[in-house]
Structure formats: C-alpha cells, structure tokens
Design a protein around this ligand. Structure first.
Ligand SMILES: *[C@@H]1O[C@H](CO)[C@@H](O)[C@H](O)[C@H]1NC(C)=O
Ligand SMILES: *[C@@H]1O[C@H](CO)[C@@H](O)[C@H](O)[C@H]1NC(C)=O
Ligand SMILES: *[C@@H]1O[C@H](CO)[C@@H](O)[C@H](O)[C@H]1NC(C)=O
Length: 180
C-alpha cells in the first residue's frame, strides 16, 4: 500500500503527528510516568536465503539496571532501499503499524539515525554483506515518539520485520514483549 518512498515517509510523519496530538489531551490524566519494560526479544524468522546466525538476548547486566537487548545477524547480501523495515504493535490481536520505510530512507528520521549510530555498528547506506549488531538497546528506544505506547496498559507485543521491498518476502522477523 505504501510502496512509494515519499508517500510512506509522509504517512509516517502524519501518523506520528496525529498520535502526538491525540495523546496530549489525555496526557494530563496520566499522573505518574509509566515505565515500559522489555521482555525477551527473539527472532521468530531468519530467512536463510538472506541471513544467518540471528541471535538475540535480553537481560539485565546488573541488578537494578533496566533490561537491555543485544541482537545480531549476518547478512548474505548488500542491503539498500531494496529492503524495507516495518514495525507494528499488537493490541488485542490487532496489528497497528507504527513505522515503515525503506531502510536507507528511514535513517533520515532523526531518532532512527540517532538510535542506530548510538547502539549499532550499522553506518551508511547501502550496507555491505556482513555482520550487523545492536548492543545494549533499551526498548522502546528512548527518543522514539512513544505517545501511542503510553496509552497501552499491560503487556503487548511488538514485531519488527525486514522485508524485500519488491516482493514483501520476509528476511527477518523479530518479536519483543513490552510491559507497562
Ligand atoms: C551485549 O554485548 C556487549 C559486548 O559483547 C556486552 O558487553 C553486553 O553485556 C551485552 N549485553 C547484553 C544485554 O547481553
Ligand atoms: C539489494 O540491492 C543490491 C544492489 O543492487 C544487491 O547487491 C543486493 O543483493 C540486494 N539485496 C537483497 C537482499 O536482495
Ligand atoms: C543522540 O541524541 C543524544 C541526545 O539528544 C545526543 O547527546 C547524541 O549526541 C546523539 N547522537 C548522535 C550520534 O546523533
């Protein structure tokens, strides 16, 4: 549906704007700041045509510290805008897409760029085949617009997909459970 580059980006920005506006009204009702905790991050699909050695671990490095995740994979091909990332949250069985874009374009979004530069060995597009990892990430990313997450109570699941832009074939699928 959002295969056109600029349309997907525009859609994303509009969506975030709507959320930001929608939540402002109810924000004053939320007195205490909700802590969102992450639970086990795992790869639910690792398509061996494109990647190998998918690895994820979520743990506390020290008592009292937040849970953090390390995840890594080895890609067998170069990745550019021919790979699309999609993120969704599941609420009562309903999938709500919160981010979607071709991977080089996504890096133009400030918080995505900052997050990637801070926590990973991923640098400039296009990416050569090889080992890619994110280290000690806190989920959801702190600088991500989190307004929608504040509306959710209890436990919910987020899925992140990497897909071939052209065909939609899944390369990687990851799941993280978050709890508020
Ligand atoms: C992630 O990997 C780094 C480097 O190997 C390590 O120091 C850190 O403790 C790991 N974090 C987790 C959550 O396992
Ligand atoms: C993406 O495009 C590059 C350059 O054309 C190509 O080398 C690579 O194999 C493609 N990646 C995938 C996952 O198809
Ligand atoms: C990411 O954002 C933080 C806080 O705004 C800033 O201190 C840091 O320098 C930024 N890092 C990069 C790589 O842009």
């Amino acid at each position: 549906m959002w295969t056109v580059k600029s349309t997907s980006m525009k859609w994303f920005i509009i969506f975030v704007f709507i959320l930001a506006t929608a939540v402002k009204c109810s924000a004053s009702d939320i007195k205490e700041k909700k802590q969102i905790k992450q639970e086990a991050a795992r790869f639910t699909k690792c398509n061996e045509k494109y990647v190998s050695d998918c690895y994820a671990i979520t743990r506390r490095v020290k008592r009292g510290e937040p849970y953090r995740t390390n995840c890594s994979t080895i890609s067998k091909h170069a990745w550019g805008n021919n790979v699309t990332m999609r993120g969704e949250i599941l609420i009562d069985g309903l999938a709500i897409e919160i981010v979607r874009g071709e991977i080089c374009d996504l890096l133009k979004i400030d918080w995505v760029y900052n997050f990637t530069m801070t926590y990973s060995n991923v640098r400039h597009c296009p990416y050569k085949a090889g080992y890619y990892a994110f280290f000690n990430i806190e989920l959801p990313p702190r600088n991500m617009p989190q307004n929608i997450l504040k509306l959710i109570k209890g436990q919910f699941t987020t899925n992140v997909y990497f897909l071939l832009t052209k065909t939609g074939e899944t390369i990687i699928e990851m799941t993280v459970t978050l709890r508020t």
